[in-house]
Design a protein around this ligand. Structure first.
Ligand SMILES: NC(=O)c1ccc[n+]([C@@H]2O[C@H](COP(=O)([O-])OP(=O)(O)OC[C@H]3O[C@@H](n4cnc5c(N)ncnc54)[C@H](OP(=O)(O)O)[C@@H]3O)[C@@H](O)[C@H]2O)c1
Length: 243
């Protein structure tokens, strides 16, 4: 019998790479997508294949109709998708009052519409009990003084995913949302040592999260132990933000 199949957008680096590796450990074959970072994505795939699991990296700009369309006709789609993790996202630091409509348009196109586009394209391939996990952000709830476009895109993403959870629930599918706090990836790479210490100080657990902290929750949400969890927003932030 073939293994279940997971698709992870932005699965070649950062949080997405940790999720790809973790779901491979859980026994899924992996389709991961990347946009610009082909080398890290190929390295993740190589590591997974070395463990005896099938994996492939596909170049998919999630905001591009044609590239998402190619994902939808990949041969492995015939098997059906068991777990879909909409993880990709971009963040640019822009003061809220300086945000231009072009900034908003671009961020919404990638972070929000890109996720919806992937979902709509893969919808027909989702197996009866497929699990979908959307990687949103705490900033989608509390806003951000230097990322109004990002916060708006993540708020839209969470609201859309919760809406979807209410309509797909009766078919056996589930949709859940992870809202990470500070996670050690390239998004925080520009921090000075002082800024990093300030962030750590804000977190009750006194550390920045790791991509694996998020991957563990994604694994739970894709697994059997969460079969009655649907439409939830799981905050993974060390207690930093308690909405
Ligand atoms: N790190 C944090 O503190 C934090 C906190 C809250 C939420 N998040 C969310 O967690 C998710 C993963 O972020 P990360 O921290 O791992 O950031 P990251 O290291 O910057 O990774 C971003 C990922 O998104 C992909 N991506 C960006 N634009 C894309 C596009 N147009 N089409 C397809 N893929 C695209 C990138 O692929 P390429 O490199 O190939 O372009 C990369 O795999 C994002 O949705 C982010 O908003 C992160």
């Amino acid at each position: 019998m073939s293994r279940p199949l997971a698709v992870i957008t932005g699965g070649g680096r950062g949080i997405g790479a940790a999720i790809s590796k973790r779901l491979a450990e859980d026994g899924y074959d992996i389709i991961l997508t990347y946009n610009n970072s082909s080398k890290p994505a190929e390295m993740v795939v190589e590591g997974i294949r070395n463990s005896g699991i099938d994996a492939v990296a596909l170049k998919v700009d999630c905001s591009d109709k044609g590239e998402v369309g190619l994902l939808g006709i990949h041969a492995w789609m015939n098997r059906g998708v068991d777990a879909l993790v909409l993880n990709h996202g971009e963040y640019r630091r822009i003061a809220a009052e300086d945000m231009e409509l072009e900034d908003l348009d671009r961020t919404m196109r990638v972070n929000f519409e890109g996720a919806v586009r992937v979902w709509k394209t893969l919808q027909k391939h989702l197996n009866e009990d497929a699990r979908m996990v959307v990687v949103s952000s705490q900033l989608g709830i509390k806003g951000s003084p230097h990322g109004a476009d990002y916060s708006a895109s993540k708020a839209a993403l969470s609201a859309w995913a919760r809406s979807l959870s209410q309509t797909v629930g009766n078919s056996g599918k589930r949709v859940n949302i992870i809202a990470p706090g500070f996670v050690d990836t390239d998004i925080l790479a520009g921090d000075s040592a002082q800024k990093r210490e300030e962030r750590i100080e804000l977190v009750p657990q006194k550390r920045i999260g790791t991509p694996e902290d998020i991957a563990g929750v994604a694994s739970f949400l894709c697994g059997k132990d969460s079969k009655y969890v649907n439409g939830a927003i799981i905050h993974v932030n060390g207690g930093l933000y308690l909405p």
